[in-house]
Design a binder for this molecule. Sequence first.
Ligand code: S3P
Length: 439
Amino acid sequence: MTVTVHPAAALAGSPRLPADKSVAHRAALFAAVADGESEIVGFSDAADPQSTLACLRALGVEIEPRADVLGPDGTPSLFVQGRGLDGLRPPTDPLDCGNSGTTMRLLAGLLAGRPFPSTLAGDASLSARPMGRIADPLRLMGADVGLTDGHAPVALRGGPLSGVTYRLPVASAQVKGAVLLAGLSASGTTTVVEPVATRDHTERMLELDVMELGGERHVSVEGGARIPARQWVVPRDLSAAAFFLVAGSIAEAATISLAGVGLNPTRSGALDVLRAMGADVRVGNERERAGEPLADLRVDAPGGLEGVEIGGALVPNLIDEIPVLAVAAAFAQGRTVIRDAAELRVKETDRIEATATFLRAMGADVQERPDGLVIQGGRPLHGAHVDARDDHRIAMAAAVAALGASGPTVIEGAQAAAVSFPGFWDALNEIASGSVEYL
Ligand code: S3P
């Protein structure tokens, strides 16, 4: 799908955001191995969480939406018949994780210690992403993990595991989650040590033990721990909200409201960075649902942004928002430096290169560094032809830049947005009063 996005000086509306992808994956996985029926309120119809559901169904888990039980936003609740960890059925075919790294890495952890073989496969992008980072700790636990040159398909033989203490060599919540989920099947205690904090949904949702020791986080799980069936409430995704927060912050006039957005402190760094740049984002009605904090957000046009420095321990906290923060930087006065973000090169595509490419095509002054970007903001951007590179966040970040550019921007591969945000183009069109043209 190709879309053309026309400039829009004034933005207004209350776009409906998709469910938080990270929480949705985990709610489905935990409900599947819980004892009894769980309800997931506000699940997502985005492609990535749907990949997790498809894999769980292939493992024998019954999952049904019930149109008679609606969440606060009108979406049917999902009912999952938890089979307990021991009740998963051997899959007959490779499990298709689609484009979803979280599905593949968390499921690899969950399945490594099951007494049956399984294979996890993905699309071309996922098959190019590093899987050695999960194979290494799982092998230390005794798992038999086959990879091809460090990549998917991930072939698990299944068998007994032993608990380990594993210090994460890269800041990755997916690796942390994989090791902790394998720990459920392992003998003894499994501990993940995080030198730099990553999103803490797994430990929050499973109520795991967390200790701070010498500036590091130690997260532990006991082998054989049972997961109780329960109700999960999935917040709206801050990573999706970020596109509108930036759109509103670079517009000449804007009032955009975003309801029920997850504000987990290990995820909300983009909000702090935007405010440091001068954005006018207000947070109200703060509450907590099923262990996750959420709030309603409102963004107004601030009348100018300033450059900022992003690096160090903040990076894992806003890693998925960097492409759109780079867009904000291109519209800000002064220099923005993004460092310590080499992980971006192994996301759905190389997001450092992809972001630099579309921003430059639109006239921005952007230099690529091995671990980030240097953006000299303030040059007027113009419309361009952009290839989304099959990456949802690149498609959506380019669309936000297009709203503030002069002339139309053609975005090829716009369908990629549906990986995390199926309603994105309509939502953008709604706030930008008809600026999106579908070809
Ligand atoms: C995720 C963790 C992050 C993030 C991804 C979702 C998760 O990846 O980029 O979109 O749900 O655990 P890493 O854990 O690989 O950094």
